[in-house]
Design a protein around this ligand. Structure first.
Ligand SMILES: [Zn+2]
Length: 508
């Protein structure tokens, strides 16, 4: 039985409005990681979903004159359509309004209450409605919500609390024993120094001031407030706390991919809940940066919202995927703009990749009627390309393991750049004029086709459509990464001129 398993999650997004390019970024990165593992022979469970309860949705639905469920249903339909357009290969989409989730969250809440880790008290706090977050005085920035900069208001009500403070020491010990738990490491230090060491306060986990949530079974005027509801999604989807094959197979998760603004929830609250439940902790939480538009967060009210499908329609799905994966350095922020997307597409996808494939195939057709095999007439200038190609998978493995997706792509495109340079250096058009150089010319073209094949095989994780087109042009079948080492004996390309992979986009 295959014991290479990989459970990867995106955050469950809050469907208060249709999703923007920032949601797409996280989801595309998760998709590339999931695809890479699948191609590498792993049994992958890739989960995404939506966190659908809370006051903000209740308020938005009221404004729209619909029920909260009707309100979110529409947004989820839109989100699923967007993920399809982006070719997101998720295995499971969880909605926190799903029956099984509601039931299992209620069981989890009861379990924690019975254990004494949830107790009743009174909550007084400063609350940001749009973010659904309580803040302490010291966390406010200029008296306002540190996440969104909006006004907070003081709220007081009867509430249940989770004994987060009880787990402070255990969390510190866990961080110590598992240095890879939080990535990048700067975020780990931030959590320790800013939140854990100054002392954890117990956490409000129920509300009575709104009704759009999962009722507490033993005290139904309370609805479960965000944490136990939302964070549990990563295990309720697998069947927890019921006896379940999926749960036994995939938990603990290998990777929770989250935006940097919710690292705190995933590396303090979530592990503390799991410690209380005596459930193993996830192996890694990666807090990535944002894809920023116009220097800030994206929202309709800021007027910088564009439906991501508009970009797909204009430039193709792989241009959007490539940009998201390539433009944001590991753990930092990247800037999204249409101009930058066009420049990237032209430079990397059109010039570097697209032109290389079409030039190579056209030369193979022109000089050899599309039939190419390795004539083994080697020269020193071949070495660099052959070496880089044969070691590429090793390098991308390492980069992907470190979650440096942009650098993995850079490495692949570096080999493609070497192919283009190899054409300039080996000068096939000069070799073609000399009959005695015919075998050398065929060797050169063979080396190029092999490098293109290897790059396209790896690119399936990032820009799958483009890979498929390249395989079709090369008239080869490629499945997973096992095929990388299987050299093609003889390319039979036919005589048809290949279609352009990417049309050059007009730059302003
Ligand atoms: Zn806020």
């Amino acid at each position: 039985m295959n014991n290479k398993r990989f459970y990867i999650t995106t955050p469950i997004y809050y469907p208060s409005a249709n999703f923007h390019i920032g949601h797409c970024y996280t989801t595309i990165v998760a998709d590339a990681l999931a695809r890479y593992k699948r191609l590498d022979g792993y049994d992958v469970f890739f989960q995404t979903g939506t966190d659908e309860h809370g006051l903000k949705i209740e308020t938005k639905a009221k404004e729209a004159g619909v029920t909260p469920k009707e309100y979110v249903d529409k947004i989820i339909e839109n989100a699923k359509d967007l993920w399809e357009a982006l070719e997101i290969s998720y295995d499971f989409f969880i909605r926190t309004t799903d029956d099984y989730h509601v039931r299992r969250v209620q069981e989890i809440f009861k379990k924690l209450y019975d254990k004494g880790d949830i107790y009743k008290g009174e909550y007084k706090g400063l609350y940001c409605v749009p973010c659904e977050s309580f803040w302490t005085e010291s966390q406010l920035v200029d008296g306002k919500c540190p996440d969104c900069g909006r006004e907070v208001k003081e709220v007081s009500e009867e509430a249940y609390f989770f004994k987060l403070s009880k787990y402070q020491k255990q969390l510190e010990d866990y961080y110590e024993a598992n240095p890879d738990f939080i990535s990048p490491v700067a975020r780990k230090n931030e959590m320790l120094n800013n939140f854990i060491r100054p002392g954890l306060e117990d956490l409000c986990v129920s509300r009575t001031s709104f009704t759009w949530g999962i009722p507490v079974t033993f005290d139904p005027k309370h609805v479960i407030y965000v944490w136990v509801d939302a964070l549990s999604n990563y295990i309720t989807s697998l069947g927890y706390p019921e006896e379940s094959e999926l749960y036994n197979k995939y938990w603990p998760a290998d990777l929770h991919l989250v935006g940097k603004e919710i690292v705190r929830f995933h590396t303090i609250i979530w592990p503390a809940l799991l410690l209380a439940l005596e459930v193993p902790l996830p192996k890694k939480v990666f807090g990535h940066g944002w894809l920023i538009v116009n220097g800030g967060k994206i929202s309709k009210s800021l007027g910088n919202y564009t439906d991501p499908r508009d970009y797909i329609k204009s430039y193709g799905v792989d241009a959007v995927r490539y940009f998201a994966l390539r433009e944001v350095p590991f753990g930092s922020d990247g800037v999204f703009s249409e101009e930058a997307l066009i420049l990237r597409t032209n430079a990397d996808l059109c010039n570097n990749l697209g032109n290389l494939v079409s030039r190579t195939i056209q030369m193979a057709i022109k000089y050899f009627d599309g039939n190419i095999e390795n004539k083994n007439i080697e020269e020193d200038i071949d070495n660099d390309l052959i070496y880089s190609t044969s070691h590429l998978k090793e390098i991308t493995d390492k980069k992907m393991e470190e979650l440096k997706v942009n650098e993995a792509l850079e490495e692949i495109f570096d080999v493609l750049r070497k192919c283009n340079k190899y054409i300039d250096d080996s000068t096939p058009w000069i070799l073609a004029k000399d009959d005695s150089k015919k075998d050398r010319l065929e060797t050169v073209l063979y080396n190029l086709l092999e490098s293109i094949r290897v790059c396209a095989t790896l690119l399936q994780a990032y820009i799958p459509d483009t890979s498929k087109k390249i395989f079709a042009s090369l008239k080869i079948d490629v499945n997973n990464f096992d095929d990388i080492d299987k050299k093609v004996e003889r390319y039979e390309l036919g005589l048809e001129k290949p279609a352009n992979l990417f049309e050059r986009i007009k730059e302003n």
